[in-house]
Design a binder for this molecule. Structure first.
Ligand code: FEO
Length: 389
């Protein structure tokens, strides 16, 4: 891909990784991803902001083939999908100085074996002149790792935000004009890697909003030329507001749990509660993460396997616990053949969820009238709690 201008002297380069389907050997990428880098050419100096995943380094190095000089290589984030091509860029431009936060400097040295004397650490708010353009470094820890920062170009009002406001979305669109598609991709991205750090994200959002940003240029996904679209979305996601929604991940082996789940889904719907249902045997866990961003309640459905919950439920419960969504309530429904500690085991798996646990419903074998009544009571409890939100 050729350079694409986003402002005078500012171009997006980098790679669209159309076919990547998994990130960190964990996160599903239904729409691929991109690794955006940006060239900022001032009247005296040139800076490259972020690089690309090493699997796409040839794309970036080809784009840099005719670039005469790079004076500064800004590493907003040390993770390999943005920093992994720094060593090659430094070989090609031996005079280039890497710019990072103090923590980022340590990570670049440890993770990528970049010589310490090639990296300059910058303070929050520090600036660097490129001549007629200035780079301001804005520390934004935890947008994704503790060392992350954004870089602001005040003359053109461009914020280079790296993972912050990004989306795993390979596209030929330079700008995020397809709001429906970008909203879901950006929400997936937030849910999977930033939701656990919600208080920090909220503070960083305020820092960004204090600047008069015209373009938000992330290092994944298209550029935001309507910043309010993504800023408002983040404002909603990091707020304390929860919605009248239940996330219901479940699995069933012989149909008992599935029958219970069907019953409670209908009972909740009848009471005006929206349910996001996920059969963990076939679910894209990214979709589950997205649903957890807003929901007030999680109900987990599991059969009993060797006294505990099904292993797929272990995984989903661990994931929900790690993502620290702003849930208020939780419950469990499920079944067993002869004995079960599924409720105790699941409760132990979710200590990070500061939730009120509503009475679980566990039945032996196939559910009967008393079990359906208990499920109706649980649906009543959920609807009552949600009505008070
Ligand atoms: Fe896109 Fe945290 O790296």
């Amino acid at each position: 891909m050729q350079e694409r201008k986003i402002a005078d002297g500012v171009a997006r380069i980098g790679a669209q990784d159309w076919n990547r389907r998994l990130f960190d050997s964990l996160i599903p990428l239904p729409d691929g991803t991109s690794y955006n880098a940006y060239l900022v050419r001032g009247s005296e100096k040139t800076a490259l902001i972020d690089t690309a995943d090493p699997t796409q380094s040839d794309v970036l190095m080809n784009q840099l083939a005719d670039v005469e000089t790079i004076d500064y290589l800004v590493a907003n984030h040390a993770e390999q999908d943005h920093a992994g091509t720094i060593p090659e860029v430094l070989d090609r431009f031996p005079q280039a100085e890497v710019i990072a936060t103090q923590k980022g400097r340590g990570m670049l040295v440890d993770l990528l074996c970049i010589p310490e004397d090639r990296v300059r650490a910058v303070e929050d708010g520090e600036t660097l002149s490129l001549g007629d353009k200035t780079l301001e470094f804005v520390h934004t820890p935890w947008v994704h790792w503790p060392e992350t920062m954004c870089t602001y170009l005040p003359e053109d009002r461009v914020l280079f935000s790296c993972d912050f406001f990004g989306s795993h979305y390979a596209t030929t669109d330079l700008y995020a004009h397809d709001h429906a598609v970008v909203y879901e991709a950006a929400k997936r991205y937030y849910a999977e890697i930033m939701m656990p750090f919600r208080p920090a994200i909220r503070k960083n959002l305020e820092k960004v909003k204090a600047r008069d940003v015209k373009l938000i240029a992330p290092s994944h996904g298209p550029v935001h030329d309507e910043p309010a679209f993504i800023l408002d979305a983040y404002e909603d996601w990091v707020s304390e507001t929860v919605k009248n929604e239940v996330v219901l991940p479940y699995i069933s082996m012989h149909g008992s749990t599935e029958r219970m789940v069907e019953h409670i889904v209908n009972a909740l719907a009848e009471r005006g509660v929206r349910v996001h249902l996920f059969d963990l045997a076939v679910t894209d866990l990214g979709k589950l993460a997205i649903a957890l961003v807003d929901a007030a309640t999680i109900v987990i459905g599991t059969p009993t396997v060797h006294v505990g919950p099904h292993p797929a439920v272990f995984y989903a419960a661990h994931l929900a616990n790690a993502l620290r969504p702003k849930l208020r309530y939780a419950s469990i429904v499920g079944s067993y053949g002869w004995s079960s500690k599924a409720i105790e085991r699941i409760t132990e798996l979710i200590p990070n969820l500061k939730v009120e646990v509503l009475d679980p419903v566990l039945c032996r074998g196939y559910p009967r009238d008393a079990d359906f009544k208990a499920l109706d009571a649980l649906a009543n409890a959920v609807a009552d709690r949600h009505a008070r939100l």
